[in-house]
Design a protein around this ligand. Sequence first.
Ligand SMILES: [Fe+2]
Length: 335
Amino acid sequence: MLHAPITRREALRRTVVFSAAALAGRPGLLRAGQPTSKFKAPGVDLLAFGDFGTKGDKQQTAVANSMAKFAKSLGSPLAAVLALGDNFYGALTPDRFDKHFEKLYSPEYLNCPFYMVTGNHDYGEGKYDLQHGKLKMELDYAKNNPTSRWKMPAKWYSVELPNPAQPLVKIIILDGDFQEGFLTPQEKIEQRHWLQTELKKPTAAPWLFFASHFPLFSDCDKRGDNQALIREWGDLLKQHNVALYFAGHDHTMQHLRVEGYPTSFIVSGAGGASLYDLKPTNRGFIENQHWGFAHIHVAPEELHLQFITAEGDCLHHFQRSKDGSEKVLAAAKVA
Ligand SMILES: [Fe+2]
């Protein structure tokens, strides 16, 4: 699939400065120093990670521990974790909720709601048992364990953080299983109507994010851009000035800007499963040598996002203003 590079004028307008190493799809390890845990403007802190659902394998555990360590360093509780789908790979047995979620993700330092996104592996494995498979177990676990951090009220839903009375950000969580054939035609229509209604609701939140397992745009060699989702949600991102679009699915970390969109496209799919190859298109920061997660600090006038590795290093840190301009504050260098 071909990607149109952004124009020079567009690049300047956005004031995005990406590391030359990242743009070159560089060899070697990337490091940009310690992550930032103190921010001038008060706000809420979130983590976002996807594609983590191994059976507590080494990399999943390392990312979980790094998330806990970083959350501790913030000094104030996280508002939420966005779990961007592929929550369990392989067969799902009831004990895995406790072993590979409740105990693995520190109850002490990650003591906040985990808003679960539906990934393709959450529908099932192999022939995908759509009605009675894993996804029903995941939805039922949320319903039957209301005190658990595992929050999954439906396949599509919204949250306002830190609370609906005084929200800083509204996050719309969607099921992007379009190309894989998991969402039925009827479900696609239902989700579309729900989304249109949801976007018409008034909100006091200054920021709007979307989250789905599937990227619209991705510099990943395996799949590239998702034309079905671009058709489905692309115009809505523009019309509603969606600041961040979160996805996983492609096992990499990416921060892309695409001409014509106000949105920063984030892929945070390095939560534990094996990493994928890149296919650079000069649209932003791309990384596939580390497992890790994203941290987002949302303040009324600005937000920060940084990618943090399982080893605790920051790879990429940018600040976004309300007008959509971005400034890279830390860029990884070839080690
Ligand atoms: Fe996936």
